[in-house]
Design a protein around this ligand. Structure first.
Ligand SMILES: Cc1ncc(COP(=O)(O)O)c(C=O)c1O
Length: 448
């Protein structure tokens, strides 16, 4: 039985006519139509298989049977308003609490990463009674109006920076202000935040929060230097603000060694608020904010109910629980360590042969391959990165780029990505780069 309702050309035409053009497709010149998926594989309308290296949302694998069964069983039984007492929400909160530092113990369930970050902003402001927010350059925290304001990646293309937003340098030790040859880049970058706080205070501004992705993704798959978070948290708290870790992309064991990427900054480090989303529901809209009793208490004290129609409903929570079960059963964190290390090793071998690969970095299954035109000037190889992605698509491998210049090839596959998948993708990259001269001369247009 055909799995498409319309032929591809017709779907495309309908999409052009009916869907807002700012909602972009992957591979816009020749989009891939996907009709089904399993694990780390996507299938188009002709049954062609694509290796999926980018779907971090489909965390435990596309359409995992344990997740779909949990969803359908709960949907058949009950999906009521979260104001009725139900076991799933508390059971799920308790399971999540077991992965977090003890201090983070009060949960709010919502439906997207943006909703989670918007609520985090409200919590921070209500608790501190301050307004201003510090963010990292190139950060993205969501699509709501409040979050576009704290996302330099977006607001730089729009009206610009609000007076209550302060942008700190991205602690990128490959091409940033302080690099790997610096004796203590964590401290040096933390001091840039301190300088920003001092400057804001001189202008009479008051800091509510420091919002940061535990590993900046849109910023270019950046691995933050050690010691950065604890030092920044000290400065931000001293200024009366709170530390918000955005784990929307990086949470739920993606880094392998830890459940949360902020834990890479030390077992003792604890944010005041953590937001989560994408991988939580394996594709089902499920996200969350967790915070301390004190911050939640201040939010309650304003006397206004927080009501979220869909947040924490029994079906969403059943799905969230199933995702945690699969992660444990299939040792997906262990897999992220093994496969991520192998992938990085293979990419480093390619780096030794190809000058265009400036940097290979990552933890677990959060890996970036940064392309440069020149290893001394570090000029971003933006067109070449687009060409590489286009070529790999022709080889039925889905990848994409990130970073301020779209010169970083990002790997954030479902956590069931295998050693063989890592070998296949690195072999194909190698194959494309071996034909480098030809590769450079090709035009973007005929490849994508
Ligand atoms: C780090 C980060 N935070 C928040 C969001 C917003 O999440 P959502 O698209 O689920 O609203 C995103 C989405 O890409 C993200 O990458």
């Amino acid at each position: 039985m055909s799995q498409e309702m319309f032929q591809k050309e017709r779907t495309l035409k309908m999409r052009e006519r009916l869907i807002g053009q700012s909602c972009r497709l992957f591979f816009p010149q020749d989009p891939v139509k996907i009709v089904r998926a399993r694990g780390q594989y996507l299938y188009d309308e002709n049954g062609t298989q694509y290796l999926d290296c980018i779907s971090n949302v489909h965390h435990v694998g596309h359409c995992h049977p344990l997740v779909t069964q949990a969803a359908s069983a709960q949907m058949e039984l009950l999906n009521a308003n979260a104001r009725f007492l139900h076991d799933n929400i508390v059971h799920y909160a308790e399971r999540l609490a077991a992965t977090l530092p003890k201090k983070l113990c009060i949960f709010y369930f919502v439906n997207s990463g943006s909703e989670a970050n918007d609520l985090a902003l409200r919590l921070a402001r209500q608790y501190t009674r301050n307004e201003d927010v510090i963010v990292l350059d190139h950060a993205y925290h969501g699509h709501l109006t409040s979050l576009i304001d704290i996302s330099p990646y977006k607001f730089r293309k729009l009206e610009g920076q609000k007076e209550w937003v302060h942008v700190a340098p991205l602690p990128d030790t490959y091409r940033g202000l302080y690099r790997r040859d610096h004796p203590n880049p964590g401290q040096a970058y933390a001091d840039t935040v301190k300088d920003l706080i001092d400057e804001a205070q001189r202008k009479g501004r008051k800091i509510s929060s420091f919002f940061v992705e535990s590993l900046p993704s849109v910023g270019g798959q950046v691995i933050l230097p050690s010691g950065y978070f604890p030092k920044v948290a000290e400065y931000v708290r001293a200024a009366g603000g709170v530390f918000v870790a955005d784990e929307v992309q990086t949470g739920f064991g993606r880094v392998g060694s830890h459940f949360w990427a902020f834990q890479l900054q030390g077992e003792d480090f604890c944010p005041d608020i953590v937001t989560m989303g994408k991988p939580m529901g394996n594709g089902h809209p499920l996200s969350c904010v967790v915070t301390t009793e004190e911050i939640a208490g201040a939010f309650t004290a304003n006397g206004v109910e927080y009501f979220n129609t869909f947040g924490g409903n029994p079906v969403s929570c059943a799905i969230g629980l199933a995702v945690l079960d699969v992660m444990e059963k299939e040792d997906l964190r262990g897999n992220a360590v093994r496969v991520g290390n192998h992938l990085k090793e293979l990419l480093k071998q390619l780096q030794a042969k190809h000058p265009i690969i400036g940097d290979v970095r990552g933890v677990g299954l959060f890996v970036g391959l940064e392309l440069v035109k020149d290893r001394v000037t570090l000029t971003p190889a933006t067109e070449e990165a687009a060409l590489l992605v286009g070529r790999l698509k022709m080889k039925h491998i889905c990848l994409s780029t990130d970073g301020p210049w779209n010169s970083v090839i990002k790997f954030k596959p479902p956590m069931c990505f295998s050693l063989e998948d890592a070998e296949r993708v690195s072999a194909e990259i190698s194959h494309v780069l071996r034909e480098e001269t030809k590769f450079m001369l090709q035009t973007l247009k005929d490849l994508i």
